[in-house]
Design a protein around this ligand. Structure first.
Ligand code: NAP
Length: 285
């Protein structure tokens, strides 16, 4: 069993659920958050449940904060056996309405920040000849969707980063896995930058409305996505000596892969348009 697990972005959503779940299954969890408020809230929750959960502050976009965080972990636990790169943000909206600054923010967090922390951990795991590196990607890191160009770009980048690292680290006994969730309730949209124009001013508004109305049709009727599914998938990876490189999670993620499997892109495209009811897609006014 993996003993000491570092998880980033645990103030809410998938990171929080994973940190609490892993701590409840007797791992020593170091959870990172950014604000003092989030630190107190998670600490109090862990204490109340008598969990072995350390909550430290780390901003993966700030190199000094990463160094400070790793020093603190060194003092607390002497190191880690697994890193779960979960922290992330999301920019949504038609690409035409987004800005370079939005894209930089997106990539700085999801790609550069993830790279920064992972790279800092690599020497210790390589020397120990063991460890698990988990990257929380997304199913849209394999199947891009409209109005998510910057976010998809970041997750495709994470997929490439992790797949390349897989080839480098496997010979040293360090596993690399990508967790690819579908849609789960979290603070991602609230914390993100949602670039919208008023519907009357936006040439994309009809397609946008159709797309969002259609999204639910990918999920089997009655399916209630629960962040614990992601926590369980991560736990399985940590419990396996030789886990798979990719682990899609969620009924909608699996339906997306099924629609792609063994098909040409054109066949898949027809399926997406039909399933999502994108009636205006081929006939924009
Ligand atoms: N929810 C979904 O449907 C879904 C689907 C696929 C993949 N994902 C991925 O799952 C991961 C977790 O997202 P979530 O959905 O749980 O969203 P969330 O509730 O917004 O959680 C994101 C976490 O990342 C942290 N974070 C953001 N920027 C950071 C930075 N610079 N340094 C350190 N931490 C930072 C946030 O901290 P603050 O509270 O300080 O902002 C928060 O704790 C992300 O990588 C996301 O892309 C989510």
């Amino acid at each position: 069993m993996t003993a000491r697990v570092l998880i980033t972005g645990c103030s809410s959503g998938l990171g929080r659920a994973t940190a609490l779940h892993l701590a409840a299954s007797e791992r020593r969890v170091i959870a990172t958050v950014r604000s003092p408020l989030a630190q107190h809230a998670l600490r109090d929750e862990a204490r109340a449940a008598d969990l072995d959960l350390h909550v430290i502050r780390m901003d993966i976009c700030d190199a000094a904060s990463v160094v400070r965080g790793l020093d603190e972990i060194g003092r607390l636990t002497g190191g880690i056996d697994a890193l779960v790169n979960n922290a992330g943000v999301e920019v949504t909206g038609p690409m035409e309405h987004t800005t370079e600054e939005n894209l930089f923010w997106q990539l700085e967090t999801n790609v550069v920040g993830t790279y920064r922390l992972t790279r800092a951990i690599l020497p210790a795991m390589r020397q120990a000849r063991s460890g698990h590196l988990v990257f929380v990607s997304s199913i849209v890191g394999r199947a891009a969707r409209p109005f998510l160009s910057a976010y998809c770009a970041s997750k495709y980048a994470v997929e490439g980063l992790a797949e390349s690292l897989y080839w480098e680290m496997r010979p040293f006994g360090v596993s690399v896995s990508l967790v690819e969730p579908g849609r789960y309730p979290s603070q991602l949209t609230r914390n993100g930058r949602n670039i919208r124009h008023a519907p009357e001013d936006c040439p994309y508004s009809q397609l946008h409305a159709e797309y969002h109305a259609g999204l639910a049709t990918w999920e089997p009727k009655g399916y209630q996505p629960d962040p614990h599914e992601v926590a369980l998938a991560i736990e399985q990876i940590l419990d396996t000596a030789d886990p798979p490189l990719r682990r899609p999670v969620g009924a909608d993620a699996l339906a997306t892969l099924e629609a792609q499997y063994g098909r040409t892109f054109e066949e898949y495209e027809d399926d997406v348009i039909r399933q999502l009811g994108l009636s205006s897609w081929r006939s924009q006014p």
